[in-house]
Unconditional design. Structure first.
Lengths: 137, 214
């Protein structure tokens, strides 16, 4: 007896593409624009390494958007996302002010966010200062 | 002196505003299988003698917002009326094949996945409507999940009072300290929603939270 092979409609490339995204690429966009740009890459099966981190509101929109797409794009299973930030403890008042001004101007430069499609990324293991990205075979 | 007068005036004003509100909408948020419904059930059993929803080891058992109104809790002579809102667990991905590993048939698994995605969207929509939120974290696994960070970040941005609950402390591998370390700016209380362990401390922290809201 021959077993039927199941076909996925989203083709997963054997090569993994990593897209490095400077925060400036999305800084001027509004929340929807930021999510649109990110999802564009994710739907092309790219793993995004974003300089900085998203606002909680953006993350919320990103999750809701992913959920909407799960039913509508065949093979899409959602996303994996994780952010790591630099140590801020022990900062003096002056450095805190400097850090907050920089945050307003250019985003959180001491953070890094990784976003990828769940069809490629199996798991993101996070510790406060380290992150491991486990990919599917 | 002037400071005290202003403080008293502000306190009375907020107190009056708060009193006008009949009940406090208390949300239960967290990742799937963190124990939101188990805790909501424990609370409902303690004050009403009945459950709110069904629980299961299979993720996304709660796929619709479940509400229990008129849950009156009393502590030190003070009565507070709550509207408990148990929400579906928030996740960033859903694969129906994961449900099949629990013995669910393909068609039912696909249906469950569809309902779960809608449940997550609904949970997110309801975030803005809460008066106070209990964020449940499974203390037996790594707490550094982006979902927890996203939920807390959004609540904090809206200045909604938060109580972090480290659940499943009855398990040997549960580590409350790790949860406390992961979320240093928040009040964390460890409980076992399954066994009812530490529920007194939970209620104590909940009343403190409500007082903050006042």
């Amino acid at each position: 007896m021959v077993k039927k092979k199941t076909k996925k409609s989203v083709k997963i490339s054997k090569d993994l593409t990593i897209h490095f995204m400077p925060f400036s690429e999305i800084a001027r966009e509004n929340s929807i624009g930021r999510v649109k740009k990110i999802m564009g890459h994710v739907l092309n099966n790219k793993l995004i390494i974003l300089q900085g981190k998203l606002h909680p509101e953006d993350e919320k929109t990103l999750i809701a958007n992913s959920m909407t797409l799960i039913g509508n794009i065949k093979g899409f299973q959602g996303i994996e996302i994780a952010t790591i930030s630099g140590e801020k403890g022990g900062m003096g008042l002056f450095n805190k002010i400097r850090h907050n001004i920089a945050k307003i101007l250019v985003g959180e430069q001491d953070s890094m966010t990784i976003i990828g499609p769940a069809t490629i990324v199996k798991e993101m293991k996070k510790d406060p200062s380290q992150m491991e990205v486990l990919l599917k075979k | 002196m002037k400071g005290n007068i202003f403080k008293n005036f502000a306190s009375k004003l907020f107190s009056k505003l708060f009193r006008k509100k009949k009940e406090i909408k208390l949300g239960f948020y967290g990742s799937p299988n963190a124990g939101k419904t188990s805790l909501a059930n424990q609370v409902c059993q303690d004050w009403l003698g009945e459950d709110l929803g069904s629980v299961s080891k299979i993720p996304h058992e709660t796929r619709e917002i479940q509400i229990k109104e008129k849950v009156v809790m009393e502590r030190e002579g003070k009565k507070v009326e709550f509207k408990l809102v148990d929400t579906p667990g928030i996740a960033t991905k859903i694969d129906f094949e994961d449900f099949m590993k629990f013995g669910i048939k393909k068609k039912q698994a696909q249906e469950r996945a569809k309902e779960a995605t809608q449940g997550i969207i609904d949970s997110i929509k309801w975030l803005d409507n809460m008066d106070a939120v209990v964020v449940l974290i499974d203390a037996s696994i790594n707490p550094y999940s982006q979902v927890n960070i996203t939920i807390l970040g959004n609540l904090q941005a809206r200045k909604i009072p938060i109580l972090v609950v480290a659940n499943k402390i009855d398990l040997k591998k549960a580590k409350i300290d790790k949860v406390k370390k992961a979320f240093p700016g928040y009040d964390v209380v460890g409980v076992s929603a399954k066994t009812g362990k530490n529920m007194e401390e939970f209620y104590e922290e909940l009343f403190k939270l409500i007082k903050k809201k006042k």
